[in-house]
Design a protein around this ligand. Structure first.
Ligand SMILES: *[C@@H]1O[C@H](CO)[C@@H](O)[C@H](O)[C@H]1NC(C)=O
Ligand SMILES: *[C@@H]1O[C@H](CO)[C@@H](O)[C@H](O)[C@H]1NC(C)=O
Ligand SMILES: *[C@@H]1O[C@H](CO)[C@@H](O)[C@H](O)[C@H]1NC(C)=O
Ligand SMILES: *[C@@H]1O[C@H](CO)[C@@H](O)[C@H](O)[C@H]1NC(C)=O
Ligand SMILES: *[C@@H]1O[C@H](CO)[C@@H](O)[C@H](O)[C@H]1NC(C)=O
Ligand SMILES: *[C@@H]1O[C@H](CO)[C@@H](O)[C@H](O)[C@H]1NC(C)=O
Ligand SMILES: *[C@@H]1O[C@H](CO)[C@@H](O)[C@H](O)[C@H]1NC(C)=O
Ligand SMILES: *[C@@H]1O[C@H](CO)[C@@H](O)[C@H](O)[C@H]1NC(C)=O
Length: 814
């Protein structure tokens, strides 16, 4: 007590005589906080004082993180009334009123309440909450008047007794903390959800709170940092988050420019904020992108699919979009009651709540019965999915902003009304199928089996006529599954594109390793932003690439589109690329001759598929050992295929303005004239083959005999009849030498000067697999690389290095 008093005296003394910052967290009636002083919370995490936001000349009173190297302001008192000199003083009056004065008189901001108080004090708590309290209670707290930031423990919601609402609103801009029109808070019509708005327009909804999370955002569930608490009773409804570990710092903040809500966590090692999540985070997160009565699904093309029983509303379709922004309308007038039924759509975000009706105690059966009786009820579901499900939510009118999730644990089941005909259609389709099948089987297997089958199909029919059939089957046979990954998921998977996750830099952008929430490992190629492709073009290209499927091609899992960011997501290859083995003095021995031969054959088959067997006739244009990845069993997989075609810029069939490729692999006619064909890929394959056999790089090869590169060297030895000298010493000792010599022979055929003399890949595959006589190779196409290539057009160069080689894309001057 005595020391406390002494401390108090010292503090008063200091406040009176000093403008320095003082580590106290409380001021009482006789004291004040002037410009230049700060109040620091007891544990030192937060500070209250005057600051200049951004490059502004105006002063504001605010709260920021005390120990961080850069000032992150979490709360501002006088958001709309800046102070333009240093005369600002914060005082607590004996009535308890908190005032911020300038020039000794004008109050630019104040906080007051009606209760009478004794000895009020102002205190900055460790949570970042600024409170006015007396001995017993808090009379006022800054947490009730948040700015743009939600801190742990802050309650965002509505007091249902008084109607008092707590919402956050973004700063106007970096220099101006006054409230802008992006706001975020709980909205309760009949059921509560979080809504991000720009003015009165909705930007993002979380979906209904369904007991264990929001139906539209459950990806935070297993995170290590925080838990979400949501309270909805007759007195209040609010959202809050609490930290699982007090030593972690996490905040939610709105951004006016981007129109998003972001969550950051503090990284104490790098002393920076890491973006943890963002809403909206992907295409389908955006409010109502598909219009009414459609389901947005990120792995479908187009994203928007009409719900069962609805057809696209062409009258409202925008002329330049392949989506259905006009939404969907009933495919036929409803013949209410007589035979209407419900089908279940699984794993979706609940529709917009504007026309919701809810009852917390009804069960699903009562809910269904009630919805069925009223023709304008279009959908129903449980309000709470925990403990087997309870409560009833019904929608009267258009169903807006539904989105489909893939993960079993996300979203919830929604039952939508469909006309009798839809259900009939399904039944009839099943019956038809059953009849056809039965006939065939009857012809083959006889009466007995037919009887059995009918028994079974009857049972099946009966089960399905209950009306609970699942909607997601019918669309599965459409296109192949190609996932659209959310930007947040990708940033999270790649640790925010951490340099630690970077696997390499290819010609079209860097590649990162990532791990999805479900544990799957992926490789993410972040395309350079310069490609300038539109959204639909990009989607079409990705769709085309995804159709190329072969065991010797890296599998494209999906893509991610965010703003002007374009990313491709591939399966991850644990053994990285071929060059990391063959050019490595220790690792090269892992690849014995027989493994290398298998790899060579695999690459040849993959390339043959690209050239001939796929529907698209892809010319790779950048085949090299660095673009051949190895899976766990050392099976080769070609990567980066289709990239040049799709993302390499303007081109015609045989001529390109933009040369994409790598020094040392480019066929002469391609490197000098920009002419490419499947034969330029054959040339690159020949080089690759030589490199795999010799363990040396074509480029950067020097030999005492004066050869400037590996082909020249191999050709010289071939003419001298000493081909076996090309082979890596370590291979000579333990491999099939005739097979190696044959491969050298094939590679020399591939690198011949004239494209028409080179074999095509189907011949190469045959030659590799047989022991027949091979034709004699003509002189290879040497390239003199000493002269800097394309130096005269270097201004438009966009070079990016890939290890020791250079991947090029040069804009040819025309
Ligand atoms: C600065 O403050 C003075 C005194 O309150 C006021 O007269 C003046 O208009 C203010 N200037 C600006 C730019 O707000
Ligand atoms: C404010 O009041 C103090 C003491 O009452 C006085 O010394 C000071 O000059 C005043 N400042 C202004 C700007 O009026
Ligand atoms: C404080 O009281 C004044 C006058 O009664 C009122 O205009 C103002 O809105 C009150 N401020 C708060 C934060 O309640
Ligand atoms: C909002 O985001 C933009 C772009 O990332 C950034 O430049 C700006 O500083 C952010 N604004 C605020 C107030 O944080
Ligand atoms: C809390 O976080 C700190 C630092 O990140 C860590 O060292 C500590 O083990 C964590 N505590 C718990 C209980 O997880
Ligand atoms: C079509 O696209 C142009 C430019 O991309 C845009 O300005 C226009 O609003 C679009 N029209 C419709 C009907 O969406
Ligand atoms: C909600 O359902 C319960 C049980 O079915 C019923 O007693 C109650 O009246 C309903 N409330 C409303 C507002 O309809
Ligand atoms: C159907 O529900 C709507 C909305 O709750 C209500 O206005 C209407 O009266 C109901 N109709 C019938 C026939 O119950």
């Amino acid at each position: 007590m005595e020391t406390g008093f002494f401390f108090y005296i010292v503090c008063c003394f200091l406040i009176f005589f000093s403008k320095a910052s003082i580590a106290i967290d409380t001021i009482s009636v006789s004291e004040s906080l002037t410009d230049g002083m700060t109040l620091v919370s007891n544990d030192g995490s937060f500070a209250l004082g005057f600051f200049f936001p951004g490059s502004s000349k105006s002063r504001y009173l605010g709260i920021w993180y005390h120990n961080h190297p850069m000032q992150t302001v979490v709360w501002v008192a006088n958001r709309i009334t800046p102070i333009n000199d240093s005369t600002g003083v914060l005082k607590i009056q004996s009535s308890g009123k908190l005032v911020l004065q300038v020039q000794n008189t004008t109050a630019v901001w104040s906080a007051n309440w009606t209760a009478t108080v004794e000895n009020p004090v102002l205190q900055l708590l460790d949570s970042g909450n600024l409170v006015v309290r007396d001995e017993k209670r808090y009379l006022w707290q800054s947490f009730d008047y948040p700015s743009d930031t939600i801190l742990p423990g802050m309650k965002i919601g509505v007091d249902l007794r008084t109607g008092f609402q707590i919402r956050v609103s973004a700063w106007k801009n970096w220099d101006d903390p006054s409230p802008a029109d992006i706001t975020y808070g709980v909205e309760l019509v009949e059921g509560p959800e979080m809504v991000l708005r720009k003015g009165s327009e909705k930007l993002y909804r979380s979906g209904l709170w369904i007991g264990n999370g929001f139906s539209g955002s459950q990806d935070y569930r297993s995170n290590p940092f925080f838990v979400i608490n949501f309270v909805w009773n007759k007195n209040e409804v609010y959202y809050t988050f609490l930290l699982k570990n007090e030593s972690v710092t996490s905040r939610l903040v709105l951004n006016q420019t981007e129109g998003v809500r972001k969550r950051y966590t503090w990284n104490p090692e790098t002393q920076t904020w890491n973006l943890f999540s963002m809403r909206p985070s992907d295409y389908c997160d955006t409010y109502g992108v598909c219009g009414p009565n459609a389901n947005c699904e990120n792995n479908k093309f187009p994203f928007c699919q009409c719900l069962t029983g609805f057809t696209p509303d062409w009258s409202k379709r925008s002329s330049n979009s392949s989506e259905y922004p006009g939404g969907c309308i009933r495919s036929e007038l409803q013949n209410c009651m007589r035979g209407d039924g419900f089908i279940r759509i699984r794993r979706v975000k609940t529709p917009d709540t504007t026309n919701l009706w809810a009852n917390k105690t009804m069960n699903l059966k009562e809910c269904r019965a009630r919805c069925w009786r009223n023709c304008s009820c279009l959908a129903y579901t449980n309000l709470d999915v925990t403990k087997g499900g309870s409560g009833c939510a019904m929608w009267f009118g258009d169903l807006i902003d539904i989105r489909q999730f893939q993960s079993e644990s996300d979203g919830m089941d929604l039952y939508i009304r469909v006309p009798a005909s839809e259900i009939e259609l399904k039944k009839r389709a099943n019956v038809k199928l059953a009849i056809i099948l039965a006939t065939v089987i009857a012809a083959l297997l006889g009466i007995l089996l037919v009887v059995c089958y009918i028994c079974r199909s009857k049972k099946k029919l009966k089960a399905e006529s209950e009306g609970n059939n699942v909607n997601d089957k019918e669309s599965e046979d459409e296109d192949l599954e190609l996932a659209i990954f959310g930007f947040a998921a990708i940033t999270k998977a790649t640790n925010n594109f951490s340099f630690r996750n970077k696997l390499g830099q290819g010609g079209f952008g860097p590649v990162y390793k990532g791990k999805l929430a479900n544990g799957q490992e992926i490789a993410v190629k972040r395309l350079s932003k310069s490609s300038g492709q539109g959204l639909n073009e990009f989607k079409n290209e990705v769709k085309l690439i995804a159709k190329l499927q072969h065991r010797n091609l890296v599998k494209l899992l999906g893509c991610c589109i965010y703003g002007d960011e374009r990313m491709l997501v591939y399966e991850y290859m644990p053994n990285r690329s071929l060059d990391s083995f063959i050019f490595d003095q220790t690792k090269r021995e892992v690849l014995t001759w027989s493994t290398r031969f298998q790899i060579i054959c695999g690459i040849a088959r993959g390339l043959l598929y690209l050239h001939q067997d796929s529907r698209l006739r892809i010319i790779h244009r950048d085949l090299k050992v660095g673009n051949v990845l190895l899976d766990r069993e050392m099976n080769p997989k070609i990567s980066d295929f289709g990239m040049a075609r799709s993302f390499g810029g303007d081109q015609t069939e045989a001529n390109t303005r933009r040369i994409v490729g790598t020094y040392g692999y480019m066929a002469p006619e391609y490197a000098t004239d920009g002419l490419f064909s499947i034969k330029s890929d054959v040339f690159s394959f020949g080089i690759l083959l030589l490199e795999v056999i010799s363990g040396r790089k074509n480029r950067g090869f020097y030999h005492a005999n004066g050869s400037g590169n590996l082909i020249e060297h191999a050709w010289r030895l071939w003419t001298e009849g000493n081909s076996s000298d090309v082979v890596d010493d370590f291979l000579v000792e333990n491999g099939d030498l005739p097979e190696m010599l044959r491969c050298i022979h094939i590679s020399l055929l591939c690198v011949q000067q004239h494209p028409e003399e080179r074999p095509d890949m189907s011949s190469v595959v045959l030659m590799l697999g047989s022991r027949n006589e091979l034709p004699s190779p003509q002189q290879p196409g040497f390239l003199v690389y000493n002269r800097p290539f394309g130096a005269d057009s270097s201004s438009g160069n966009d070079k990016s290095s890939s290890r020791n080689e250079i991947s090029l894309s040069i804009l040819e001057a025309r």
